[in-house]
Design a protein. Sequence first.
Length: 117
Amino acid sequence: MITLRETKEKIQQDPKWWCIHLMNFVDDFRYYKDPRAIVDPFELSDERMDALLASTAESLCDEIGIDAPDWLADVPACSHPFFVSGIENLKAITIVESPLRFRMRKIFVLENFLSRV
């Protein structure tokens, strides 16, 4: 089972492939549905990635119907909006579609951001 803390460490070590590490965590959490994967807080060091990881974990908790650990609420929002795709033409769409847990931290993604094939 991959933990959120391990995911953060992998992203720090290999930031170019952050999306792969994040989606590996998403897949693993959906498979195991084990709250122990998110019980341990990670060290805050990158405003955008910290907020993205916390929002992802909270969204997954909502999805499977478990309470998110309290420490996730302490992960701050981005100081400036973060449009994850980086594509200018998608900004308006992501403002509308971004799930609540992401918007709360000024992160904007497409509604299918956590969808997997």
